[in-house]
Design a protein around this ligand. Structure first.
Ligand SMILES: O=C(O)c1ccc[n+]([C@@H]2O[C@H](COP(=O)([O-])O)[C@@H](O)[C@H]2O)c1
Ligand SMILES: Cc1cc2nc[nH]c2cc1C
Length: 369
């Protein structure tokens, strides 16, 4: 499934992009006056293979959740149980992602790919929970839980590989499956979300591997760690890179060695969206690390990616720079959950709406310079 998804990812459609550039030149605005929105709309025309590209109807945010063996190294001030507790909060509609999703009109799907403790309000054994199944229709009112657990948290990658290659592949394929379900249920744009106490540590390790950055430059303060914890976090990332020496040309091996289940699943979501030529709006540093893995699997997948925002986490900027993506908003957010992507959604829709609705100089009778 991973191989066939990668094989389906193709370059942007050049003719649709030149049509979009030409149309921009005829719309009633000075050329280039919509800044980055113009190039974004051109790229989305190339992704859709048509000009104008479709308005991104039925937005869907997928929040992938997992726990991390490396949490045992004291890299986060928060207890691991908060991952499961926050899932309970997402399902009850009480988290920031829910507030922003309601504002944006986006459906919320929470995907357990590897949570270590019981999810409040859910069957004790996630294996007993009903399988996610295709959402018949995207329901905006009720957040949905998909149980796709690969294992209950990763192993501590300062001791051994976080995942086996088979586990990493299962998580990537779970993400591909979610992309296919959401697109099958009518989603015109996917948004990435994540929840996992400790997950900024594997994100930093992945970003260091794929960009070649030093551990100290790729590592940030996550939920807000103090100086001693930050120094320990940098050393944890550095020692994991030295222990595993992951090969950036082998993304599955990198995800297995120093990744996380939600990072791997997000990689799959991005690949699944790119294969179906549906845009995927990236949230913060965890999405950035997954996007690097997706680009290592399939360089053309970058054509489907839109950077929602610049997370305050320094690795996010390194990842976006490597991918050649400019973030749409830069508000110092570092929450995750998909919040930055949701805030950026109207910017993406606006960029496309211009190509649908704005009059030309000719049709509006406005004189050109
Ligand atoms: O999205 C981001 O860039 C981001 C930056 C810092 C923290 N987070 C969130 O905070 C959690 C991880 O932080 P930490 O300090 O436990 O590694 C996890 O649930 C992420 O969704 C997310
Ligand atoms: C409360 C809390 C909410 C979050 N949302 C995403 N990551 C999070 C981490 C914490 C600690």
């Amino acid at each position: 499934m991973l191989e066939s998804t990668i094989a389906a990812i193709a370059p942007l459609h050049e003719a649709a992009m030149s049509d979009a550039r030409e149309l921009h030149g005829r719309l009633t605005k000075p050329a280039g006056s919509l800044g980055a929105l113009e190039e974004l709309s051109v790229r989305l025309a190339g992704l859709a293979g048509s000009c104008p590209p479709p308005l991104p109807g039925a937005p869907a945010v997928a929040v992938f959740a997992g726990d991390h063996g490396v949490h045992a190294q004291g890299v986060s001030p928060w207890p691991q149980e908060v991952t499961a507790q926050m899932i309970g909060n997402f399902l009850a509609g009480g988290a920031v992602v829910n507030a922003f999703a309601r504002q944006a009109g986006a459906a919320v799907t929470v995907v357990d790919v590897g949570v270590a403790t019981p999810i409040p309000g859910s069957p004790a054994d996630p294996q007993d929970a009903p399988a996610g199944g295709a959402a018949e229709r995207l329901d905006l009112a009720v957040p949905r839980l998909v149980s796709a657990s690969v294992r209950q948290g990763t192993r501590d990658f300062t001791v051994t590989a976080a995942l086996t290659r088979d586990e990493a592949r299962a998580a990537v394929e779970a993400g591909i499956r979610v992309a296919e379900e959401l697109i099958g249920a009518g989603a015109g744009i996917l948004l990435t979300g994540d929840m996992g106490i400790g997950n900024t540590t594997p994100a930093a390790a992945l970003i260091a591997v794929f960009t070649g950055a030093d551990a100290a430059d790729a590592t940030g303060r996550g939920t807000g760690v103090d100086d001693p914890t930050y120094r320990r976090k940098v050393e944890v990332v550095r020692s994991a890179l030295e222990r595993h020496r992951p090969d950036p040309a082998d993304p599955l091996g990198v995800l297995a060695a120093v990744g996380g289940l939600e990072h791997a699943a997000l990689t799959g979501l991005i690949l699944g969206a790119a294969a179906r030529r549906v845009p995927v709006l990236l949230d913060g540093v965890i999405a950035g690390s997954a996007a690097l893995a997706a680009a290592a699997f399939a360089p053309d997948a970058v054509g489907a990616m839109v950077a929602g925002h610049r997370s305050a986490e320094p690795g996010a900027t390194l990842a976006l720079r490597r991918l050649g993506l400019e973030p749409l908003i830069d508000l110092g957010l570092r929450l995750g959950e998909g919040t930055g992507a949701l805030l950026a959604l109207p910017v993406v829709t606006g960029a496309i709406r211009v190509l649908h609705e704005v009059a030309t100089f000719d049709s509006a009778g406005v004189a050109e310079k």
